[in-house]
Design a protein around this ligand. Structure first.
Ligand code: KG4
Ligand code: ZN
Length: 328
């Protein structure tokens, strides 16, 4: 079947067409306007979605070589995310579904991130562990099968993506911080500064990144670039500390559960060091990565999961609402 997916939970306006589990188009417009504020401004985000949605939807339909009348269902993110941003996408989706006289389904953004691991792959077997690392979440999930998920642990405070974003701001780099820190860290000495790895001795699956961010802030108070240490060294040491914490708890989760297949999801799953270290430190496990295009927010994961759900006979009533704090 042909499904049009819409994603507007934060600062990416995205529309995708999925046909029989294959992504025909995946159009994303990132709102660069927020970079001057060092973070997403909710009011601006929803206005930008409203301005861009029609154009992005048109492009997604054109790119996929289908006609608007071929679309059989609409899938749209209804949470978690920014209320105004979610509302823009959901309202647009409802209008389109009503106008075309087709069914609609609301999608949990977190579930879509996890299920993005199945996209374009035929060899993923359940159960698997999934580290969901985005701007707002750091959670370790046990994925038993589609629709059967168990939360094994999560962050006590900041998310890993947030640690990258706030760290980048402290280092005077741009937004979003993840790719900026990754770029700045290239060639840097990741051992130069011993940033803390919080909860590394705890035998619980839990994370904490707020202390790490504070320790970077204090370190930068007295930092001056010299022939002995550069900003690249600081970025590399900071990035290594975040990734070490993530790997450490993934290892613990495989020990506790005995499950040997691991996936990652969310924006931070794009990080090269995380991918390398997973292969190095968990070399005896089967590791699944989502395609780089499906890590940060996108609508391919929404249209794909929407089609799966429609095929299972699930759909939403047209009066569903947004759920900014939607849990999985
Ligand atoms: O999944 P996502 O696009 O949005 C949310 O659902 O939050 O994730 C965004 C987060 C941001 O915090 C961003 O800094 C981080 O993902 N990120 C990265 C990289 N690319 C994006 N973090 C580390 N390394 C990257 N290459
Ligand atoms: Zn996301």
């Amino acid at each position: 079947m042909i499904v049009l997916g819409i994603e507007t939970s934060c600062d990416e306006t995205a529309v995708s067409i999925c046909k029989d589990s294959e992504i025909l188009s995946n159009v994303i417009s990132s709102q660069i306007i927020h970079s001057e504020f060092g973070g997403v401004v909710p009011e601006i985000a929803s206005r930008e979605h409203e301005r861009m949605l029609n154009t992005i939807a048109h492009k997604a339909i054109l790119d996929s070589d289908i006609k608007i009348g071929d679309i059989e269902g609409i899938a749209v993110t209804n949470g978690p995310g920014l209320a105004g941003s979610l509302l823009t996408g959901v309202s647009f989706a409802k209008g389109l579904a009503l106008g075309l006289g087709i069914k609609i389904i609301s999608i949990n953004h977190l579930e879509a991130h996890i299920i993005a691991n199945l996209l374009d792959k035929s060899d993923v077997e359940f159960p698997f562990l999934c580290l969901l690392v985005s701007g707002g979440h750091t959670q370790l999930w046990l994925i038993n099968k589609l629709g059967d998920y168990k939360l094994l642990g999560e962050t006590r405070d900041d998310a890993a993506g947030e640690a990258f974003d706030k760290g980048a701001r402290i280092l005077g780099l741009g937004y979003p911080g993840g790719p900026e820190i990754e770029k700045c860290a290239k060639g840097g000495n990741n051992q130069l500064i011993a940033f803390p790895r919080a909860l590394s001795y705890s035998k619980k699956i839990e994370f904490s990144f707020s202390g790490l961010k504070t320790s970077l802030l204090y370190f930068m108070d007295s930092f001056k670039e010299s022939s002995d240490n550069s900003l690249a060294d600081v970025a590399a040491s900071y990035q290594q500390a975040i990734i070490d914490c993530l790997i450490n708890k993934m290892k613990l989760a495989t020990d506790i559960t005995g499950i040997n297949t691991i996936a990652i999801a969310g924006g931070v799953a794009k990080n090269e060091l995380l991918r390398r270290e997973l292969h190095k430190k968990l070399s005896d496990k089967k590791i699944i990565f989502p395609d780089l295009n499906y890590c940060t927010d996108n609508a391919a994961m929404i249209s794909y999961l929407g089609e799966i759900k429609f095929n299972l006979g699930v759909q939403s009533d047209i009066d569903f609402g947004i759920l900014p704090n939607f849990q999985l």
